[in-house]
Design a protein around this ligand. Structure first.
Ligand code: HEC
Length: 131
Protein backbone atom coordinates (compact mmCIF):
# COMPACT_ATOMS: atom_id res chain seq x y z
CA UNK A 1 0.00 0.00 0.00
CA UNK A 2 1.37 3.48 -0.89
CA UNK A 3 1.50 6.09 1.87
CA UNK A 4 -1.16 8.13 0.08
CA UNK A 5 -3.39 5.10 -0.06
CA UNK A 6 -2.87 4.36 3.64
CA UNK A 7 -3.65 7.94 4.49
CA UNK A 8 -6.86 7.77 2.47
CA UNK A 9 -7.89 4.71 4.44
CA UNK A 10 -7.45 6.60 7.69
CA UNK A 11 -9.67 9.41 6.43
CA UNK A 12 -12.37 7.02 5.28
CA UNK A 13 -12.32 5.27 8.64
CA UNK A 14 -12.46 8.57 10.52
CA UNK A 15 -15.42 9.65 8.40
CA UNK A 16 -17.20 6.37 9.11
CA UNK A 17 -16.69 6.73 12.85
CA UNK A 18 -17.97 10.32 12.74
CA UNK A 19 -21.08 9.26 10.80
CA UNK A 20 -21.91 6.37 13.07
CA UNK A 21 -21.71 8.63 16.13
CA UNK A 22 -24.05 11.11 14.50
CA UNK A 23 -26.44 8.33 13.54
CA UNK A 24 -26.52 6.96 17.09
CA UNK A 25 -27.13 10.59 18.04
CA UNK A 26 -27.93 10.21 21.73
CA UNK A 27 -27.58 13.60 23.35
CA UNK A 28 -26.19 13.48 26.88
CA UNK A 29 -27.58 15.91 29.44
CA UNK A 30 -24.37 15.85 31.48
CA UNK A 31 -21.91 16.09 28.60
CA UNK A 32 -23.79 18.10 25.98
CA UNK A 33 -26.62 20.18 27.48
CA UNK A 34 -25.29 21.04 30.94
CA UNK A 35 -22.06 22.68 29.66
CA UNK A 36 -24.18 25.10 27.58
CA UNK A 37 -26.36 25.97 30.58
CA UNK A 38 -23.32 26.36 32.80
CA UNK A 39 -21.46 28.72 30.46
CA UNK A 40 -24.43 30.74 29.14
CA UNK A 41 -27.12 30.75 31.83
CA UNK A 42 -25.93 29.99 35.34
CA UNK A 43 -24.54 33.48 36.03
CA UNK A 44 -28.15 34.69 36.22
CA UNK A 45 -29.87 31.46 37.18
CA UNK A 46 -28.34 30.07 40.35
CA UNK A 47 -29.58 29.33 43.82
CA UNK A 48 -29.92 32.56 45.78
CA UNK A 49 -29.79 34.65 42.57
CA UNK A 50 -32.46 32.90 40.56
CA UNK A 51 -33.65 35.48 38.05
CA UNK A 52 -37.05 34.56 36.63
CA UNK A 53 -37.28 32.23 39.70
CA UNK A 54 -35.18 29.69 37.80
CA UNK A 55 -32.06 28.18 39.33
CA UNK A 56 -29.81 26.00 37.17
CA UNK A 57 -27.04 25.62 39.74
CA UNK A 58 -26.13 23.53 41.70
CA UNK A 59 -28.93 21.40 40.24
CA UNK A 60 -30.40 21.88 36.76
CA UNK A 61 -32.25 18.79 35.53
CA UNK A 62 -34.74 18.60 38.43
CA UNK A 63 -35.51 22.33 38.01
CA UNK A 64 -36.44 21.86 34.37
CA UNK A 65 -38.01 18.57 33.38
CA UNK A 66 -41.71 18.40 34.20
CA UNK A 67 -41.51 21.63 36.26
CA UNK A 68 -44.06 24.41 35.67
CA UNK A 69 -42.73 27.64 34.21
CA UNK A 70 -43.22 30.69 36.42
CA UNK A 71 -44.09 32.95 33.50
CA UNK A 72 -46.16 30.82 31.10
CA UNK A 73 -48.73 28.00 31.19
CA UNK A 74 -46.08 25.55 29.83
CA UNK A 75 -43.66 23.30 31.62
CA UNK A 76 -40.04 24.45 31.45
CA UNK A 77 -39.25 21.16 29.70
CA UNK A 78 -42.04 18.87 28.47
CA UNK A 79 -40.19 15.60 27.83
CA UNK A 80 -40.50 14.65 24.15
CA UNK A 81 -42.08 17.93 22.97
CA UNK A 82 -39.68 20.86 22.36
CA UNK A 83 -42.44 23.20 21.15
CA UNK A 84 -44.31 22.75 24.44
CA UNK A 85 -41.13 23.31 26.42
CA UNK A 86 -40.92 26.90 27.64
CA UNK A 87 -37.14 26.75 27.99
CA UNK A 88 -36.77 25.88 24.31
CA UNK A 89 -39.24 28.58 23.28
CA UNK A 90 -37.37 31.15 25.40
CA UNK A 91 -34.18 30.21 23.56
CA UNK A 92 -35.84 30.43 20.14
CA UNK A 93 -37.65 33.69 20.97
CA UNK A 94 -41.09 32.13 20.32
CA UNK A 95 -42.13 32.27 24.01
CA UNK A 96 -44.66 35.13 23.60
CA UNK A 97 -46.78 33.00 21.23
CA UNK A 98 -46.92 30.39 23.99
CA UNK A 99 -48.46 32.77 26.53
CA UNK A 100 -45.11 33.68 28.05
CA UNK A 101 -43.50 37.01 28.88
CA UNK A 102 -40.12 38.69 29.07
CA UNK A 103 -37.36 38.48 26.46
CA UNK A 104 -35.44 35.86 24.52
CA UNK A 105 -32.74 34.07 26.54
CA UNK A 106 -29.93 34.53 27.30
CA UNK A 107 -31.13 37.92 28.55
CA UNK A 108 -29.54 40.77 26.53
CA UNK A 109 -26.78 38.48 25.26
CA UNK A 110 -26.20 36.73 21.93
CA UNK A 111 -28.64 33.92 21.21
CA UNK A 112 -27.32 30.37 21.42
CA UNK A 113 -25.63 28.96 18.32
CA UNK A 114 -27.79 27.01 15.88
CA UNK A 115 -25.93 23.80 16.85
CA UNK A 116 -26.59 24.40 20.56
CA UNK A 117 -30.28 24.98 19.90
CA UNK A 118 -30.43 21.78 17.83
CA UNK A 119 -28.73 19.88 20.62
CA UNK A 120 -31.25 21.02 23.22
CA UNK A 121 -34.14 20.32 20.84
CA UNK A 122 -32.88 16.78 20.21
CA UNK A 123 -32.34 16.16 23.92
CA UNK A 124 -35.97 17.14 24.61
CA UNK A 125 -37.21 15.03 21.66
CA UNK A 126 -35.31 12.07 23.09
CA UNK A 127 -37.35 12.38 26.29
CA UNK A 128 -35.10 14.83 28.19
CA UNK A 129 -33.29 12.03 30.04
CA UNK A 130 -31.00 12.70 33.01
CA UNK A 131 -28.16 10.93 31.17
C1 HEC B 1 -28.09 38.22 32.17
C2 HEC B 1 -28.98 37.39 32.96
C3 HEC B 1 -29.59 36.16 32.32
C4 HEC B 1 -28.96 35.19 31.57
C5 HEC B 1 -27.52 35.11 31.14
C6 HEC B 1 -29.98 34.19 31.28
N1 HEC B 1 -31.16 34.56 31.83
FE1 HEC B 1 -32.92 33.49 31.76
N2 HEC B 1 -33.89 34.96 32.77
C7 HEC B 1 -33.31 36.15 33.19
C8 HEC B 1 -34.36 37.06 33.68
C9 HEC B 1 -34.14 38.46 34.23
C10 HEC B 1 -35.59 36.36 33.54
C11 HEC B 1 -37.02 36.89 33.84
C12 HEC B 1 -37.42 37.95 32.79
C13 HEC B 1 -37.63 37.42 31.40
O1 HEC B 1 -38.15 36.30 31.24
O2 HEC B 1 -37.27 38.09 30.41
C14 HEC B 1 -35.26 35.02 32.98
C15 HEC B 1 -36.18 34.03 32.76
C16 HEC B 1 -35.88 32.78 32.21
C17 HEC B 1 -36.81 31.70 32.04
C18 HEC B 1 -38.28 31.67 32.46
C19 HEC B 1 -38.39 30.86 33.73
C20 HEC B 1 -39.78 30.29 33.93
O3 HEC B 1 -39.95 29.49 34.88
O4 HEC B 1 -40.70 30.61 33.18
C21 HEC B 1 -36.15 30.68 31.43
C22 HEC B 1 -36.71 29.33 31.01
C23 HEC B 1 -34.79 31.11 31.24
N3 HEC B 1 -34.65 32.39 31.73
C24 HEC B 1 -33.81 30.34 30.68
C25 HEC B 1 -32.50 30.78 30.45
C26 HEC B 1 -31.51 29.98 29.78
C27 HEC B 1 -31.73 28.57 29.29
C28 HEC B 1 -30.38 30.76 29.71
C29 HEC B 1 -29.06 30.41 29.07
C30 HEC B 1 -29.08 30.08 27.66
C31 HEC B 1 -30.67 32.02 30.37
N4 HEC B 1 -31.97 31.99 30.79
C32 HEC B 1 -29.74 33.05 30.54
C33 HEC B 1 -31.97 36.46 33.17
C34 HEC B 1 -30.99 35.76 32.48
Amino acid sequence: MTPACALRRVFVLAALVATSNAAAGDVSFQNDVLPVLTTRCVMCHMEGADQGHLSLYPEAWSQLVGVASTESPLKRVEAGVPDKSYLYRKLMGTHLDAGGSGVRMPFQLDALAVEELALIRTWIEQGAPQN
